[in-house]
Each structure stands twice: as C-alpha cells, then as structure tokens.
Design a binder for this molecule. Structure first.
Ligand SMILES: Nc1ncnc2c1ncn2[C@@H]1O[C@H](COP(=O)(O)OP(=O)(O)OP(=O)(O)O)[C@@H](O)[C@H]1O
Length: 579
C-alpha cells in the first residue's frame, strides 16, 4: 500500500491534536535551542577576534558561553522528555484503536491472521512509530529552520562561504529526496519476517505439550532456523541500504568541510577574513553537516516507520465482513429461532451448510446431532453472526439477525463452546468478563442456583482465586461449569451449548447436566450433543449430514418412529449417524 503525504499529516493531526499544549511547548523549546545553536559560533568568533583585548571582556564572553551551553542542555533535556511523552501517548492511543479494530473484525479475518502476527502489528509496528510521532516532525521542522538560519548567517558573514554551503545543502537535499524510499521495501519485508516469526512462536508455544509428546522438536528448530534466516536476510538488507545512505552523506560532509576550511584559509591569508570568522565558518559548516546528518537519520527512521505504517494502515483499512445492522428491537424473554433455506460456506468454493430450514418456538430446546464436520458448530455461528449466511435468512425473535445491532444481538445469546476461553485473572473476573458492576452476591447466587457451591467452597481464595494462563489449572469439566456460570450471569435469551466431546467424571457430569437444565429454563436452547444422554431432555432433534438436514422433528415423535435415524441411534447407542 502506497502512502501519500496527506496520510502522514492526517495521522499526525489525529494523534497529536489532543496533546496540542505539549506540542506547542516542544516547539518553543526547539526554537530556543536552534537560536542558541546559531548564536554560539558568533560568540566564539567574537571571543577569538577579541583575544588581544582585555582579559575581563574575554572572561565575560567565556562565562556567557558556559551559561548558554547550560541553558541549551536544560532546553534539550526538557524537549526530549516532552517528545518521549508525546510519542508514547500517541502510540498508546494508536495501539488502543488498532486493538479495538482487531477485536471487532470478523472471524474470517482472525482465521487468516494468527495472534502472533497481530501482536507484531498492534505492538511491534506501532512501537516503530513512536519516534515518528515524537521526533520526526519536530526534528524536520527544527533542522529545516536551522539550515535556513545557518545559510542566512553565513551569507551575511561572507557570501562566498554562504554560496559554498548553499551548493552543498542543495546537493544533499536533492540526494536525500531521490534516495528517500530506497530501503522501505526491505524494512517492510523485515517487519513481515518478524511477524511470521512471532506467529510461529505463538503457534508452537501453544502446542508445546503435543510437540514434546510427539518428539517434534527437531522440526520446530528447523523451521525456526529457516524463519530466523529470512528475517536476518531482510534486516541485513534494510540496515545496509540505510547505512549506504548515511555513508554517502558523511563523505559529502567531509568534502564540504575540507572545502570550507580551504576557502577560509585562503581568505584569511588574503586578509579578507578574520581568524574568528574562519572558526565561525568551520563551526557553521559542522553545524550544517550535523543538521543534514540528523535529517538523514530521521529519513532513515521514516523509512522504517513507513514500512510499519503501511502494515498498520492495511490493518486499519481491513473492512469488517460483518457489518452492524441498522438496529431493531429484540423482543424480551426467550427468543424464537428460524433458519429459512440457509446455505453457507467459509469460502466460495466450499458448501458447509445447504438449504437448512428449522424453526424453534421461544423456550424450546433443539438437540443438534451429526457426524464430525457435518456443520453443527457452523450452524450455531450464523446465529450470533460470527459469519453471515450466503443464502437464505437466519431469524431471531422473527427478525433477520442482520437487522440487529451486533452488540445487542450478541448480548442476548450465551455461548458455551468446548474450548472455554479462560484468562489469567481471578475467578471473579473470569466469570464477569471484567465487568465490575456485577456484584459478588449475584455471582454467589448464580453459583448456588447452578449447585456449584461445593466446587466454589473448594477454591482456596473464593472468587479471588487466580486462574493460570488459559485456565490450565482447571479440569475441562470445571472450565465448562465456569462457562455456564458466566452465561448465567449474562442472562441471555438464547443459549448455545457445544457439549464437551470427551467423557467427564460422573460427579462433574451430573453437575453439568443439572447446570444445563437450569440454564435452559425459560430460555431457547440449542445443544450440540456428543452424547445421547444429553439429548434426553431436549424438545426437538435435528440430525445434520454433510451440511444438510437428514432428519428434523420432535424428539418424542422421532424416538417413537422405529424407521427414524434417531430411533436407530438410540438403539445402537451411537451418537454419530451412519447413513
Ligand atoms: N473457520 C473455518 N474456516 C474454514 N472451514 C471451516 C471453519 N470451521 C469449520 N470449517 C469446516 O466446516 C465444516 C463443518 O465444520 P463444523 O465445525 O461446523 O462441524 P461440526 O459438525 O461442528 O464438527 P465437530 O462435531 O467435529 O465439532 C468442516 O469441514 C470444517 O473443516
């Protein structure tokens, strides 16, 4: 993605505007420090040319010089503090905006991008922009003014020196302008390689148990080696290209310095210039060189920032495939569910659900059965709009789900998946999803309702008990119970349960069975069942086969019909239907 100049400006405007006071203060400090930079050689010139005058005046000039150096240091320290503060605040806000954007993006985006890759963008790339916000604009502006100041003073001192420095400056600026984007592709490739590496680490660390269990360490190391080499290749290319750029500037600086000194020596010998002025010429040339070096350094930095900015902008412009609906009123109480000739696939070539129609009146529970991969989970995902149906419509409360505001729709649907997401936080925060407005009394009430008090009593620090990352200290049964309590607190109108496929111990299984009954009371429910006992209490049964409805009807009727697939299932005791 190519970025225009206005893109940088609008980004700066967006993130620097809230800090306008600090920005103005920083500008003032920079102007002060530039003024001192320009004045110092004049003072030294005056000192050298007054060498034959009285000691008193030399002492005053020396004291003034020392005083100005101290003031300069104070200004520079304050300016660097402010620029750091501005840069970090701006990048923190950008990080916040990007995180929110990523959290709102649809599931298909998250399936394509691993958390490790996103981490590199939201954190790594944004960190690269810190200097862009804090220094780039100020340094470029400051150094630009300093350049003009140096040229004006040298022209005023001696037009020949002024002309020499002007020619050098023009040459350097032209070179900088034409070489400015040279390293961007390498920086971009290097950032991309870093993202790949992070994504690799994330994936492998998550599956560390399987990797060590299956002896896959050599493969992991070989792949790590390959990815590290890729990153090294691009990082080397980018830094060598950047270095080449800086070296060209430094060689030109040395040549100009030599030319300025030669000119100064010539004019001094001819009596057209004082020794102090020769020194001032040297000092201005070196100031000018320093200034051009800073500009080059900043241009190098902007090349890195541009590569990161391109990646961030791409992410920011990634459209959400699931758009918020115009807004419709969700009826109170349990909600009716209807699928009208729904078809869906995760990609255009694939067809995961085909022509699905079903109707659940408010308060009824549907048991979903079918072989693994038949589309059960996919069907439920369409209800809370993790994805949208390709054809047909999904209705909740007799209104198409696409009409509702997403947040409102999702707040009325409680989902318990097999893979319960738990955070490294207290049991309280895990239950309330960090919603501090939910009182402990309410949480304990839910625990009691779900008959989880014995489990709760076994927790060493009650609600303050900390869970390990990913809830690794809980058994899968306990994690499911926690997820039930979480959904109960949310008080949804529709409950979707993906039953754990593995068997739990009989005590936990009893607890879960009870919790499911309580959870479904007064609510509409859909249970993806992996055990036949789970569908003992449901009202309706839908059996999916390769994305199509194989059988659908009231549980009792199907059970009573010996020709039905469901009856066959009950007889064989198998949960998967063998066609
Ligand atoms: N995010 C996804 N992207 C692409 N394909 C997917 C995705 N999720 C599921 N699939 C595919 O869609 C099909 C249906 O998957 P789904 O998870 O709905 O089946 P399921 O009946 O719930 O299976 P299980 O009982 O094993 O959970 C499978 O072929 C699966 O590989």
């Amino acid at each position: 993605m190519k970025l225009s100049f206005s893109h940088y400006i609008s980004l700066l405007r967006m993130y620097l505007r809230p800090q306008w006071f600090k920005v103005c203060l920083l500008m003032l400090l920079l102007f002060g420090s530039i003024g001192l930079d320009l004045y110092n050689p004049q003072l030294l010139e005056h000192f050298i040319d007054s060498i034959h005058e009285g000691l008193d005046s030399l002492l005053w000039i020396a004291l003034l010089f020392i005083g100005l150096v101290c003031v300069h240091q104070v200004l520079t320290t304050l300016a660097s503090y402010l620029s750091e503060a501005i840069g970090w605040q701006a990048t923190n806000e950008l990080r916040f905006d990007l995180t929110l954007h990523c959290l709102n993006l649809d599931m298909s985006f998250h399936k394509e991008h691993t958390p490790g890759e996103l981490l590199e963008r939201v954190d790594g790339d944004v960190a690269q922009l810190s200097d862009f916000f804090s220094q780039f604009i100020f340094y470029m502006l400051g150094q630009g003014l300093l350049l003009i100041g140096i040229l004006a003073v040298t022209f005023w001192t001696d037009w020949r020196v002024g002309l020499l420095l002007l020619a050098f400056t023009a040459l350097m600026l032209t070179a900088i302008r034409s070489l400015r984007g040279i390293a961007v592709p390498y920086f971009r490739a290097s950032r991309q390689a870093s993202a790949k590496l992070s994504s690799f680490f994330e994936e492998r660390l998550v599956s560390v148990e399987d990797i060590s269990g299956n002896g896959a360490q050599p493969y992991v190391l070989a792949r790590l080696n390959q990815l590290s080499r890729q990153r090294l290749h691009f990082t080397l290319l980018s830094s060598v290209t950047g270095r080449f750029f800086s070296s060209a500037v430094e060689i030109s600086v040395a040549l100009t310095m030599a030319a300025a000194l030669t000119l100064g020596a010539y004019l001094l010998r001819n009596g057209q210039m004082s020794l102090g002025t020769v020194y001032a010429t040297y000092a201005y040339t070196s100031l000018l060189s320093g200034s051009l070096s800073i500009i080059t350094f900043q241009i190098n930095k902007i090349q890195v920032a541009t590569a990161s900015l391109q990646r961030i902008t791409e992410l920011h412009h990634t459209p959400n495939a699931i758009l918020d609906g115009p807004g419709a009123d969700l009826p109170g109480g349990a909600l009716a569910v209807r699928f009208a000739q729904v078809s869906f696939g995760y990609n255009p070539e694939q067809s995961v659900l085909r022509d699905i129609s079903l109707e659940l009146t408010p308060g009824r529970t549907l048991g979903l059965l079918g072989r693994t991969g038949s589309g059960k989970t996919t069907l439920t995902r369409l209800l809370y709009r993790a994805y949208d149906a390709r054809e047909g419509s999904v209705l909740l409360g007799n209104i198409d789900v696409r009409q509702y505001k997403l947040a409102e729709l999702r707040s009325r649907i409680g989902v318990v998946t097999q893979d319960v997401q738990l955070f490294q936080a207290s049991i309280r925060d895990n239950l309330t999803f960090f919603d501090a407005s939910i009182s402990d009394e309410r949480i304990l009430e839910v625990m009691t309702n779900l008959r989880l008090t014995p489990w709760y009593d076994s927790l060493p620090e009650g609600l303050d008990t900390m869970l390990a990352a990913g809830g690794k200290t809980l058994s899968s049964g306990e994690a499911q119970l926690l997820a039930f309590a979480r959904v109960f607190l949310q008080d949804p109108a529709l409950v979707i349960l993906d039953e754990a496929s593995s068997r739990l111990d009989p005590v936990t299984e009893k607890l879960i069975e009870g919790a499911i009954q309580l959870l479904l009371e007064g609510r509409t429910g859909i249970i993806i069942a992996h055990h036949l006992e789970t569908v003992r209490h449901v009202d309706d049964i839908l059996i999916l086969d390769e994305g199509q409805v194989q059988e659908y009807g009231a549980r009792q009727q199907l059970a009573a019909d010996p020709t039905s697939h469901f009856a066959h299932l009950l007889q064989t005791g198998l949960v998967e239907v063998l066609a």
